[in-house]
Design a protein around this ligand. Structure first.
Ligand SMILES: [Cu+2]
Length: 136
């Protein structure tokens, strides 16, 4: 009889323990999901695209310099033609937009180096619509 009570208490303690463990994990995961909100990026670049170049603050195909580990946001708008912004190494690609449309992409620059960003529409890349993303 007393053995049964002891076993019962142990089982109850286990259930409560598992519940608290699961609850704690859920809290952590919820925070992880909530914290990288749309404006939590470390670096934001605002670029436009036209036939056939990217422009930022009046500079054509600018070097985009970030630090390793940065969460990078690209806000991209077309001001003429059909374009996107892509970096293969980080699986980063905006949607394709037409004149007057805006799109964006966020990614973590978790590797050092110089990576080419480009427009993947038609032959735009070979026509000069490309630049460097430099991760220091
Ligand atoms: Cu293009």
């Amino acid at each position: 009889m007393s053995k049964l009570i002891v076993v019962g208490i142990i089982v109850l303690a286990l259930i409560v323990g598992i519940f608290y463990f699961a609850w704690g994990r859920m809290g952590v995961e919820a925070n992880a999901i909530n914290s990288p909100a749309s404006d939590s990026s470390d670096v934001t670049f605002v670029l436009t695209g036209e036939n056939f170049k990217f422009v930022m603050n009046g500079v054509d195909n600018p070097d985009l310099v970030v630090k390793q580990g940065d969460r990078v946001k690209i806000e991209f708008a077309s001001v003429g033609g059909f374009h996107d912004w892509v970096v293969d190494e980080f699986d980063a690609a905006t949607g394709r937009v037409n004149d007057g449309e805006t799109t964006s992409v966020e990614f973590i620059a978790d590797e050092r180096g110089t990576f080419e960003y480009y427009c993947s529409v038609g032959q735009h890349r070979t026509m000069g619509m490309k630049g460097n993303l430099i991760v220091e």
